[in-house]
Design a protein around this ligand. Structure first.
Ligand SMILES: C[S@@+](CC[C@H](N)C(=O)[O-])C[C@H]1O[C@@H](n2cnc3c(N)ncnc32)[C@H](O)[C@@H]1O
Length: 599
């Protein structure tokens, strides 16, 4: 803890660092911790409360700036002279939007602010009112997703035990009943559901979060992984269907590369999916385990994160000698861009998962999510440099001669890091003369996911290309973090590339259909037939979206839910306002000759 008198000193420092460097808070905090371990850092790593305060302040930064700019308040209060902008913003957040609506401690900055407290509060109320409630409470409370690590446990066992433990959780934050609808009636509901889109993913109430983090044995032993739903889409889109068209050992003995792996959530998910595909084939051909072997080469450039990756893999993946495991993860501490595509080690690699560093602007309740509103030149530069790297990495993945399937994903909301990267990669490799011809394909396993990519935009993707891409938006009812997933396949092999949808085997556990949502506006809806049986529907037809009917039905269901839903209307109003602002901003930027940002 800092010796400085202000209780907000650390939060102010963290926010100032973030504002100056535009690096993510986690990476600033993480770096400072590493330096501390080497004894060459003067500051203790920020604690959770500090981190939370900074996140909250960042979420309110746009409205705080509006308040300060109204009536020239910034000048009247003399804020331009304050050098520690981070501390300043944190204090104003605490005063106007914090839990106690007051600033603790003392100091010159506090005195400057509270002298004009009345005026600040009045202007803040005005700004909130004219912004359709924007700024009042931006916290988004999702259900909690946990993925059963099927390499270590099975879903039914985990569900049985979880239900028991959740019910007896002592801290009172989880009760057998949950308030699950807008009328706030207590309704007796099971506390654990299976997800409608991702096999082996369980859905728990948001209140289970703290228990899962601190007390859940399954998390500690690696039987379950705390992983957001959207982040499960990458491995699912890559692995689902691979090898199903081939015969014999060739069907399951492909290798994979995870190009950017740490901390390893997606790597371990991919390993579990590959093992389950091998098990299916073993079962259907009545073979025993242990005959086939797939290797996942997991690259990680950062030393500190590589250590985490190694530890996680030990915890989550059984070693080859254990239980005749047929999937091995080989962590490689290196830059993926330096991996030689002609290295014989990678000759059997058929698929690459590329989930590179990104702005993280899709992570709801992370400050970066709110940066979309206040996107300035510094952000533009950072996003440009990230997207340059992402493009190079994607093209590098495309240059592996035997790879015919790549999933590129980010947790960013910016077109520059998503559709922009995909369209540039497609057109640049097409122009090259090395026969690398690729196209996007809609992952059939996600055909009942309604939100799709953005057409037009930077790379000018067509509607049918954009429809192949998956987007998630937690601020628009998806109950996940913002996420982007694309599946690219090599053209001449696209027809061989099986892309199947396996229905969710719910094993009698109810399917999640928005029961924990505070509004009815969720993207959970899968057709009822999805939940009834675990028959498999395979398809070798890429591109065409097959569920337009299902989606239309989903839309109808959503609109009828909307009609009864006050909070949805409020959110729609907010979103309409946001879109209008984005359009205005984009046209302003166009006039100035700058490149517009993601709308
Ligand atoms: C978004 S994170 C990956 C998260 C991971 N896929 C998961 O689900 O747990 C990106 C990771 O890629 C690593 N990275 C960035 N550039 C890299 C490169 N050129 N080669 C290998 N790893 C890289 C970063 O250090 C970071 O750990």
């Amino acid at each position: 803890m800092s010796k400085n008198s202000s209780p907000y000193h650390d939060a102010g420092w963290l926010l100032s660092e973030h504002l100056q460097s535009r690096r993510g808070l986690k990476s600033i905090a993480f770096d400072s911790q590493c330096k501390n371990n080497n004894n060459d850092r003067k500051k203790a790593p920020p604690d959770k409360a500090t981190y939370a305060t900074v996140c909250k302040t960042m979420q309110h930064l746009a409205i705080i700036n509006k308040v300060l700019d109204a009536n020239n308040l910034r000048k009247t209060i003399g804020l331009d002279s304050v050098r520690n902008k981070g501390l300043l913003y944190v204090m104003i957040y605490e005063l106007l939007f914090g839990k106690y609506k007051s600033i603790r401690g003392g100091g010159k900055i506090k005195r400057m602010i509270v002298k004009h407290e009345k005026e600040l509060r009045r202007v803040a109320e005005e700004c909130i009112a004219t912004n359709g409630g924007e700024g009042r409470d931006k916290d988004v409370n999702f259900p909690r997703y946990i993925r059963v690590n099927t390499l270590r446990a099975n879903v039914s066992d985990v569900v049985d035990k979880l239900r028991g433990e959740l019910r007896s959780a002592k801290d009172g934050t989880i009760s057998r009943t949950q308030r699950v609808d807008d009328t706030n009636e207590e309704t007796d509901v099971p506390l654990v559901y299976v997800d409608a889109h991702v096999p082996d993913l369980l859905v728990l109430p948001p209140t289970a979060s703290s228990w899962l983090h601190h007390d859940c044995e399954y998390v500690k032993t690696g039987s379950v992984v705390l992983q957001d739903k959207s982040s499960c889409f990458s491995a699912l889109a890559l692995a689902r269907g691979i090898g199903e068209g081939a015969k014999g050992d060739a069907a399951t003995s492909f290798d994979y590369i995870d190009a950017c792996s740490a901390p390893g959530n997606k790597t371990s998910h991919l390993a579990a999916l590959v093992q389950s595909a091998i098990d299916d084939i073993n079962r259907s051909s009545k073979r025993t385990r242990g005959r086939t072997r797939s290797t996942i080469f997991a690259f990680e450039r950062s030393s500190s994160r590589f250590n985490i990756l190694q530890e996680r893999m030990k915890q989550l993946i059984p070693s080859p000698s254990e239980d005749c495991a047929e999937v091995a993860v080989v962590p490689i501490h290196d830059d993926f861009l330096k991996a030689d595509p002609s290295d014989p080690k990678f000759a059997n690699v058929r698929a690459i998962m590329l989930d590179p560093s990104c702005s993280g602007s899709g992570i709801v309740n992370s400050p970066d999510r709110w940066m979309e509103d206040g996107y300035d030149n510094k952000d533009a530069k950072r996003i440009q440099s990230l997207s340059n790297f992402q493009l190079v990495a994607l093209k590098h993945a495309m240059s592996f001669p035997n790879v015919d399937r790549i999933v590129y994903s980010t947790c960013s909301m910016h077109d520059e890091e998503n559709e922009g990267v995909v369209s540039k990669a497609l057109s640049e490799v097409e122009k090259s003369d090395n026969g690398n011809d690729w196209e996007v394909m809609a992952p059939v396993c996600l055909d009942h996911w309604p939100r799709r990519g953005r057409e037009g935009g930077i790379g000018g993707l067509t509607k049918s290309q954009a429809d192949c891409l998956i987007r998630c938006d937690g601020l628009d009812g998806d109950e996940t973090n913002g996420f982007f997933v694309s599946l690219l396949v090599r053209k001449n092999t696209a027809s061989e590339c099986i892309n199947s949808r396996k229905t969710i085997d719910s094993a009698g556990i109810p399917i999640y259909k928005g029961q924990f949502s505070c509004s009815n506006r969720t993207s959970f809806a899968a057709s009822d037939s999805d939940s009834k049986q675990s028959t498999r529907t395979d398809s070798s037809e890429p591109i065409q979206l097959k569920s337009s009917q299902g989606r239309a039905q989903q839309k109808n269901e959503k609109s009828s839910a909307k009609a009864n839903d006050k909070s949805t209307k409020k959110r729609d109003k907010k979103l309409a306002w946001k879109r209008k602002q984005a359009l205005l901003k984009s046209s302003r930027m166009k006039k100035k000759g700058e490149r517009p940002t993601a709308a």
